[in-house]
Design a protein around this ligand. Structure first.
Ligand SMILES: [Fe+2]
Length: 426
């Protein structure tokens, strides 16, 4: 082996990725091991898992990169603190990368197979500006934030990069505010807008997928109530957040309208940003990453309407993807090695179908895939819920065929059975 790199995301959706000779070989989010959904600020288990899978010792690691964003909180977790301290002492090189958005950019660009492209990163919040050493490297479109009262809570929220070969540099940035006590309604990000509405409707900011599912039921399409788009700027309207606050729980159809308006606003915002990225970089290819791009309906708008020849979105567009960006950063920036962009496979998680028949109940081994599919179809028709696992698990929050929960939608009450008993981890 010529090089072994480890990338770590210590923040939201904590995760680790192992890269051997420039190839991602193992990845896992902490939540997959602890069964605590969105497990954050804890990296002890995911680091141990990816290293153990390839029998890699700390001292064999050529470079370890940890993202700054969330590191302080993670060090409050005793087991994680010890693991990170050992990595610092025993690996050959240990670095902290300041920019969360840069690691989103590395994760998607170097996995895209493109040799040059625009990169658009949009999420809830990235790194706090006090840690951004490249803050002056590109224009900040909302510079007025520096004279605002919430400057102390300003983070990255949208960054456009231009990538040519091995050079990735920022060309435009937007900052957004975050106040963990009294939530600031000034300059909130597009990602925060979606989680704000999701929390109002479903009670949790993590229920963005439900908001996307509810949106088509709404009749209100007046997205200009939610965001303002000018010639070179897009921002969330605080008046819309106040409208969200004042919506009554008894008004279900109004909730559907809020979801509809928010969904269309996000689609318009990402489309605007993609066109802006094309204009600023002159590129024909686009890479997108950050939690906003877990919205597959918005991604489809990009494919249809943005004008790019090709678009790549990584399966781990959310923060678990930061670990891949960190591992690639270790390879390219710390070890200064060539990284050949190649087609990315999301099947990097643990394998459970070892082929050992001793692991399966008698009479449950199917050599023929067609027979297995008919057996599963019959069980679904009888009202069973099926947990399907096949090969390695996917990197990212989406089930892409190798890990799925199947149930028949024809059965009354199936949702109530699947949701609380099976889908909720922890
Ligand atoms: Fe992010």
């Amino acid at each position: 082996m010529s090089s072994i790199c480890l990338g770590i995301n210590p923040a939201f959706d904590a995760s680790a990725v192992l890269l051997i000779d420039g190839e991602p070989v193992a990845s896992i989010a902490e939540e997959r091991i602890t069964k605590k959904k969105h497990h954050s600020y804890s990296v002890f288990n995911c680091i141990a898992k990816v290293l153990n899978d390839y029998a890699v010792k700390y001292e064999e690691l050529d470079a370890v990169v940890v993202c700054r964003h969330g590191l302080e909180e993670c060090l409050k977790n005793e087991e994680s603190k010890i693991a990170l301290q050992k990595l610092k002492e025993q690996s050959k090189q240990y670095c902290v990368c300041e920019s969360h958005h840069l690691l989103h950019a590395y994760s998607v660009y170097y996995s895209s197979g493109f040799r040059q492209s625009s990169i658009l990163v949009m999420d809830g919040l990235g790194t706090h500006i006090k840690y951004l050493s490249d803050l002056g490297a590109c224009p900040i479109e909302n510079e007025s934030i520096f004279s605002g009262k919430y400057l102390g809570t300003a983070h990255e929220s949208m960054t456009i990069y231009n990538a040519v070969g091995h050079r990735v540099h920022p060309v435009l940035r937007r900052l957004s505010t975050h106040n963990t006590g009294q939530f600031s309604k000034e300059d909130i990000s597009i990602g925060r807008l979606y989680s704000y509405v999701s929390k109002k409707i479903f009670g949790s900011r993590f229920d963005a997928g439900k908001t996307m599912g509810l949106a088509p039921y709404g009749k209100d399409k007046d997205w200009k109530r939610a965001i303002a788009i000018s010639r070179n700027n897009v921002c969330v309207k605080s008046s819309f957040l106040q409208e969200v606050d004042s919506t009554s729980k008894s008004d279900v159809m109004h909730y559907a309208d809020l979801a509809s308006v928010t969904q269309i606003a996000v689609e318009e915002a990402v489309l605007f940003r993609a066109k802006q990225a094309r204009m600023l970089t002159g590129q024909n290819y686009l890479c997108v990453s950050g939690g906003v791009f877990l919205n597959c309906v918005a991604n489809n708008r990009l494919v249809c309407d943005s004008g790019f020849k090709n678009i790549f979105c990584i399966s781990a567009a959310g923060d678990d993807g930061i670990a891949l960006g960190a591992a690639i950063y270790a390879h390219v920036e710390v070890l200064q090695q060539e990284y050949e962009p190649k087609t990315f496979s999301p099947y990097l998680g643990p394998r459970t179908d070892t082929g050992d028949s001793a692991n399966y109940p008698e009479g449950m081994i199917y050599e023929d895939r067609g027979e297995l599919i008919s057996y599963v179809a019959k069980k679904l028709a009888q009202g069973h819920v099926i947990a399907w696992h096949w090969g390695r698990s996917e990197y990212g929050p989406r089930a892409l065929g190798n890990r799925s929960i199947l149930a028949s939608p024809a059965r009354v009450g199936v949702k109530d059975e699947v949701d609380p008993k099976i889908r909720t981890r922890g």
